[in-house]
Design a protein around this ligand. Sequence first.
Ligand SMILES: Cc1cc2nc3c(=O)[nH]c(=O)nc-3n(C[C@H](O)[C@H](O)[C@H](O)COP(=O)(O)OP(=O)(O)OC[C@H]3O[C@@H](n4cnc5c(N)ncnc54)[C@H](O)[C@@H]3O)c2cc1C
Length: 403
Amino acid sequence: MQKVLIVGGGTGGTMLANTLDKRRFDVTVLSASAQHMFQPGLLYVAFQGASGRLLRDERSLLRRHVKWVQDRAARIDLARHIVYTESGTQLEYDAIVLATGIVTDPSQVPGLSEINAQFGDYHSTVTQSQKLWRALNSFSGGTIALGQSSPVCKCPPSPVEGILLAEEFVRKKGLRNKTRLVLFTPYPRAYPAEPMNSVIEPILKERGIEIFPIFDLDRIDQATRKMFSIEGDQIQYDLPIVIPPFTGADIVYEPASVVDESRLVITDRASLRVKGVERAFALGDGTNLPTSKAGVGAHLEAKVIARALNGEPATFDGRTHCPVDLAGGLGTFVIGSYTARVVPYPPSRIKHWMKKMMAHIYWLSLRGTLEPFFEWYFAWTAPEKLAQRLARHTAGKQFPAVK
Ligand SMILES: Cc1cc2nc3c(=O)[nH]c(=O)nc-3n(C[C@H](O)[C@H](O)[C@H](O)COP(=O)(O)OP(=O)(O)OC[C@H]3O[C@@H](n4cnc5c(N)ncnc54)[C@H](O)[C@@H]3O)c2cc1C
């Protein structure tokens, strides 16, 4: 029996633990939190006041044969195959999978900790998202400035989703004509990937949202209610909704060279092995993989690692497949891979419904129950095939805004 230790019981760690064959692997999940959060739900708590159940007991999500240890990994000696936990326990393993995700770190931007403490945010906790919902409800007009403070963002479409849902909120409250909405971004366009920007930017413009590109947030001055960028620009705000920078887990690694300056694990983009270390893999948000930080990525990476542990050929192709809520009952997906450009997928009502369905499907997908469906679905929506199908359907036509 091979002892596999998975550090981190989030989306990727849980899926992998439930996938590995119990006849071949003795699997332990070590995770800092007893609760598992459905993170995409934070968006709806913050912008729609949703009260759905976002937290579940991690133990209840793991198959019975999987061992569960609630503790924080403090030090990981990758040469000796030992994990030292915060409570003083030592765990040994034959193979390790690092799945510790990323966390927000507002302290990197002067003034941001105070802003997040006052107005909340939608990338950390349910409490912070509820605070943002209260801030939105206290808003009576002025400028809502929303954006990401660093290029790395958990769920790249989430800034666009946030500003579109904020626009929908003020419109429904009758405040639209008293509200200026600004989306700021360090990228040169509203959505980082150009083909998808051609779908998203017209929608933002149509809804009267101003786009402030190349705005690298440098500091926030609460006294004058201004945000300043490294480039020397400024945005005046009344309600600031700022996505903080992110960092990897606070773990001491031996060797220390396995993490970069943001504490992301340096991971081979194809094999998902931790660079330079035997029997060590990494997946999900906590890696430096050049792909979207999204649950779908963690899911697909977990499958690749499961195959590699089984001794089968296994390569990750960088596939991304992020649902995007465009508000107004519309949705789309950002679909691409290392080798296929993101497909400019036209919005539709069914895609919006699929995004909303995620809240239910998520818990089943963690158990691996829906894997045959996902195998089919991801193959059917492979970016190359999807691009060909779209080209056939839309030959000579403009993409319709709504289907
Ligand atoms: C607003 C928002 C909207 C989103 N929308 C989507 C979407 O539509 N589609 C999509 O695919 N994704 C979406 N995501 C992103 C998705 O939720 C994450 O990408 C995904 O959860 C990452 O999975 P992970 O396994 O890498 O990390 P996580 O799920 O974050 O899990 C990390 C785990 O590691 C544990 N941990 C951390 N440090 C330690 C330690 N030292 N020792 C032990 N355990 C530790 C944590 O407790 C946690 O359990 C969204 C995220 C947000 C915030």
